[in-house]
Write a protein that binds this ligand. Structure first.
Ligand code: FES
Length: 206
């Protein structure tokens, strides 16, 4: 009986954590990077999970933007060549470098590569910014090297402020962290050289 009560408390706490951290995360990331809102669908459609079209024409190399899809923050990171090199550098320290495990959605086949991105836009990472431990939103830590809460040989990536899980610049979780899985990569496709749609690809809507 007591166990059931504990599970219910844990469940509601987790829901609350996810809700508050997702909302907080959107605001937090948006404070340092533009929150982009070129949303074609209505608010109601978005809440129901409609695909979201995003204009990335202003996203310079090294920039991160956050959009909302299905009530979750989704990052779009325009990685520099140096950041792509950091992705390779991180491999020995990752728990699942080849993304064999699935968190809440399957990795799209076209992102089944070390950069977890489309081959024709390999510099662009599109990832759901929800920590796979308890749902907080990780924060960008792109600078390499020693800094608070990170190892001296930090290759650049993201740090979850809640319990210290870390992810590389492809959203792959580092070893021996509370988070068990890599960040989700949603289905997405480019509709022009400067715009993409999240939640939809050549196979249709997610
Ligand atoms: S929620 Fe991210 S480490 Fe716990």
């Amino acid at each position: 009986m007591r166990d059931n009560e504990d599970q219910r408390v844990d469940g509601s706490r987790r829901t609350w954590l996810i809700t508050t951290t997702v909302l907080g995360g959107i605001g937090g990331v948006a404070a340092c990077v533009p929150f982009v809102g070129s949303f074609a669908p209505s608010e109601k459609a978005k809440a129901a999970g409609a695909p979201v079209e995003v204009d990335i024409s202003g996203l310079k190399a090294g920039d991160l933007m956050t959009v909302a899809w299905r009530g979750k923050p989704v990052w779009i990171l325009n990685r520099t060549d140096e950041m792509l090199a950091d992705v390779k550098k991180a491999v020995p320290e990752l728990a699942d470098p080849d993304s064999k495990k699935v968190f809440s959605m399957p990795l799209p086949a076209y992102c089944n590569n070390e950069y977890r991105s489309r081959a024709d836009h390999k510099n662009l990472l599109v990832a759901v910014a929800v920590c796979t431990h308890l749902g907080c939103t990780p924060t960008p830590r792109f600078q390499e090297g020693a800094q608070p809460n990170l190892p001296d040989d930090w290759p650049g990536g993201f740090l979850c402020p809640c319990h210290g899980s870390t992810y590389d610049l492809s959203g792959r979780v580092f070893k021996n962290k509370p988070a068990p899985d890599n960040l989700d990569i949603p289905p997405y496709m480019f509709t022009s050289a400067t715009s993409l749609v999240i939640g939809k690809d050549e196979k249709g809507e997610a």
